[in-house]
Design a protein around this ligand. Structure first.
Ligand SMILES: Nc1ncnc2c1ncn2[C@@H]1O[C@H](COP(=O)(O)OP(=O)(O)OP(=O)(O)O)[C@@H](O)[C@H]1O
Ligand SMILES: [Mg+2]
Length: 236
């Protein structure tokens, strides 16, 4: 579904991605693990069109995404739930959702129906509909960030560390949401630091180290690799 080949992205003359190859399979939860500074967020932002790679190709459903602006990437069916959520704090919950549908706001009825669907999926957001997003708890803001991304009706959802900084029960809820979305047909490309939780939902795993892929395989294959297992899952 998404085929990444030889992607290199730099900040000035610092190359954060140095030739990344990856294949995201349709219908699966694909998980990307890696230490701080490995380039995970850079890869997400490159796929989303926010950063421009200086080399490589990103094919999505037969279309080249590399070099396209973010709005074109969204229009082709790829939405990002950014690191640190980045909800619009000074806007209401409802307006944050509408922002996620900005490419088709003139289809008023359809967008209203989608808002309604989000409130059914995330009842806490309905209760907070008229509140400013900045007043929500961390978990509620994460749900809002997911709902905002879903408002674009993506085929592929990019999620950058959705569990970061959340309490254990809320983390479990976020992972339930990920599993539900996937069961309902959305392909997921998930970046996580919480390897244990991520490996419970992942069908396929990639490790990124210093801007290149150092491992790819199933969670079972990862668990069989002694060195990698120690590094990512502790000694257990
Ligand atoms: N705006 C920026 N300007 C310069 N260098 C940057 C910038 N953003 C990231 N970097 C550098 O690029 C590299 C990759 O960063 P990136 O944020 O993609 O890593 P990450 O894997 O998402 O890390 P984390 O787990 O901390 O979120 C790091 O060396 C980082 O210092
Ligand atoms: Mg990051």
């Amino acid at each position: 579904m998404l085929n990444i080949r030889g992607i290199a992205t730099a900040y000035g003359n610092i190359e954060a991605l140095r030739g990344v190859d990856m294949d995201i399979e349709e219908g699966k939860v694909n998980c990307l693990l890696g230490p701080n500074g490995a380039g995970k967020t850079t890869l997400m932002m490159t796929v989303a069109g926010i950063l421009k790679p200086h080399r490589g190709s990103i094919m999505f459903d037969g279309q080249e995404l590399a070099g396209r602006p973010p709005s074109r990437v969204v229009a082709s069916g790829v939405s990002l739930v950014p690191e640190n959520r980045l909800v619009f704090a000074e806007m209401t919950v409802r307006d944050n959702l509408l922002a996620g549908a900005y490419l088709r706001l003139r289809l008023k009825r359809e967008v209203e129906d989608d808002c309604e669907r989000m409130f059914t999926r995330f009842p806490r957001l309905r209760e907070r509909e008229r509140h400013l997003a900045g007043t929500l708890s961390g978990g509620e803001q994460q749900m809002l960030a997911v709902a905002r991304a879903l408002m674009a009706r993506p085929k592929l959802l990019l999620m950058d560390e959705p569990s970061l900084g959340l309490a254990p029960l809320v983390v479990e809820e976020i992972f339930r949401i990920i599993a539900d979305l996937n069961a309902q047909g959305t392909t997921i490309f998930l970046v996580e630091q919480n390897a244990r939780m991520a490996l419970q939902v992942a069908h396929y795993v990639y490790l990124l180290a210093q801007g290149t892929v150092s491992f790819n395989g199933t969670p079972e294959e990862l668990a069989e690799d002694e060195v990698i297992r120690r590094a990512y899952l502790g000694s257990a």
